[in-house]
Design a protein around this ligand. Structure first.
Ligand code: FES
Length: 109
């Protein structure tokens, strides 16, 4: 079995774009943290507690994701800074091939 690489376009807090390729199944949080190591990003390590792995998506890309579960929605609401209707927690989204080439913007910290 070959491992599928999924492409993720990431816009950092300065507006710079980086393309990251990760193995299928990697979370958006891990893909970003491994490659770009932004400050104050994904602080809880992916446990859906800190809200700091927030990313913003376009409406089109947002629709490709499975809906957030209650845990994620609660953390986004209570912990993430300036969450928007198109915000998600990067640690709760696994990159699969149907998400290939989506674009996420790292939320302000
Ligand atoms: S890494 Fe902390 S909520 Fe996602």
């Amino acid at each position: 079995m070959t491992t599928m690489l999924v492409k993720l376009n990431v816009i950092d807090r300065k507006g710079n774009k980086t393309v990251i390729e990760s193995e299928e199944g990697t979370t958006i949080r891990d893909a970003i943290a491994n490659k770009l190591t932004p400050n104050n990003y994904g602080n809880c390590g992916g446990d859906c507690i800190c809200g700091s792995c927030q990313v913003h998506l376009s409406s089109d890309d947002f629709k490709k994701l499975k809906p957030a579960d209650e845990d994620e929605a609660g953390t986004l609401e209570s912990m993430s800074i300036n969450a928007t209707p198109n915000s998600r927690l990067g640690c709760q989204i696994k990159l699969t091939k149907d998400l290939d080439n989506i674009t996420v913007t790292i939320a302000p910290d």
